[in-house]
Design a protein around this ligand. Structure first.
Ligand code: AMP
Length: 242
């Protein structure tokens, strides 16, 4: 894995990087965000993780989101935008961040665009838009094998990314759990929600920025390596070699 210290930053650290990872549920966005976050040393922000943390903490946002998430439907834009605008104000986001699970609607895409840093000339510094692709059959198989640590939210897959000790988190040693919304019928609704909204989001971005499409059907580390190469290529405005 390429590490930030080994990488010559094309624009130096004074230019924050915003990375938007789009893709269906189960494409490995969470795993890739963790790998990219470690390599680039910028935080990964997952709207799903933030919502689940709000539910566990019993906040007003958590209470409003809980039933909607159990159904596999989309939580209201205003709740998502409120949550994200609070999160990106934190100190650790000053060099940029990686978004996982946001935007899920065109309205959220517009909101995320409004957060983009500006150049000295007032122009939006383009975010890096990465679209992971994976067929529905593989997604449904992967989601049924997904296991999550209830403490640190690390995500495993019993087939493609198993923990070192069966059923236990590598980091916390806690028993891994299946997410309630990874049940087959809920997964189908989540996938439907994805297919209903993704083209409008891609259309929004294609008018403004470069969108890179990447095949997600391969091992996590190989995919992460190609994503990093794609990020540098996009930032340097050169063709992508992968
Ligand atoms: P995820 O962990 O990204 O798969 O998200 C789990 C669930 O949280 C989704 O099925 C939605 O119910 C909700 N959710 C997460 N992110 C968003 C978002 N950006 N907009 C609306 N709902 C979301």
């Amino acid at each position: 894995m390429l590490h930030a210290r080994q990488v010559k930053y094309p624009f130096g650290r004074e230019r924050p990087i915003t990375i938007i990872l789009l893709g269906p549920p189960g494409a490995g966005k969470g795993t890739q965000c963790d790998l990219l976050s470690n390599a680039l040393r910028i935080p990964a922000i997952s709207s799903g993780d933030l919502l689940r943390a709000n539910i566990r903490a019993g906040t007003a946002i958590g209470k409003r989101a809980n039933e909607i998430m159990k159904e596999g439907a989309l939580v209201q834009n205003e709740l998502i935008c409120e949550m994200i605008s609070d999160r990106v104000k934190a100190e650790d986001c000053s060099f940029g961040y990686i978004l996982d699970g946001i935007p899920r609607t065109e309205a959220q895409a517009k909101f995320v665009e409004s957060l983009s840093p500006k150049s000295n000339l007032g122009e939006t510094i383009s975010p890096v838009i990465l679209r992971l692709e994976l067929d529905d059959e593989t997604i449904l198989r992967r989601l049924s094998g997904r296991r999550i640590c209830p403490m640190c939210s690390l995500s495993y897959n019993i087939e493609t990314n198993p923990p070192k000790v069966e059923g236990l988190c590598d980091k916390d040693g806690l028993s891994l759990e299946t997410r309630e919304d990874d049940r087959q019928e809920v997964c189908r609704r989540r996938l439907d929600a994805y297919h209903r909204t993704i083209e409008a989001i891609i259309g929004f971005y294609q008018k403004r920025h470069r969108v890179e499409v990447i095949n997600a059907n391969r091992p996590a580390k190989e995919l992460a390596r190609d994503l990093i190469e794609t990020i540098w290529a996009t930032m340097q405005n050169r063709p992508c070699l992968v």
